[in-house]
Write a protein that binds this ligand. Structure first.
Ligand SMILES: [Zn+2]
Length: 113
């Protein structure tokens, strides 16, 4: 489970941004997580209290927005929603895919004061 490591570095990134902008308190963090990012949203939620424990972000609310994994078949051109467990084309069974959407993890919004 590398979600905790991902969150730890995210907490550091946010801390740096907050310091640069003279904010002191973070109320809420909104994270977009793609279905094909390799990150499990539920693990992010579970790891959040540990990642923020004894940091300036302890008690901060976390909101996750899951972005569907959209891929395009390189052989027949079909665009469909895919998940990691079944990344093959429903039309031609090809496994050559181009990922169009849903392969990253990013901080969408930070509410602070
Ligand atoms: Zn296909």
């Amino acid at each position: 489970m590398h979600e905790l490591g991902v969150l730890n570095s995210m907490v550091h990134t946010i801390e740096r941004m907050i310091n640069e902008q003279d904010f002191t308190k973070v109320h809420k963090v909104v994270i977009e997580v793609g279905e094909l990012s390799g990150i499990v949203p539920r693990y992010l939620e579970v790891s959040w209290p540990a990642a923020t424990y004894k940091t300036f972000m302890e008690g901060t609310e976390l909101e996750l927005i899951v972005i569907p994994g959209i891929v395009k078949c390189k052989d027949c051109g079909r665009v469909f929603n895919a998940v990691y467990s079944d990344l093959s084309c429903p039309d031609c069974s090809s496994v050559a895919m181009e990922i169009l959407e849903g392969d990253d993890l990013m901080i969408k919004q930070i509410e602070c004061s």
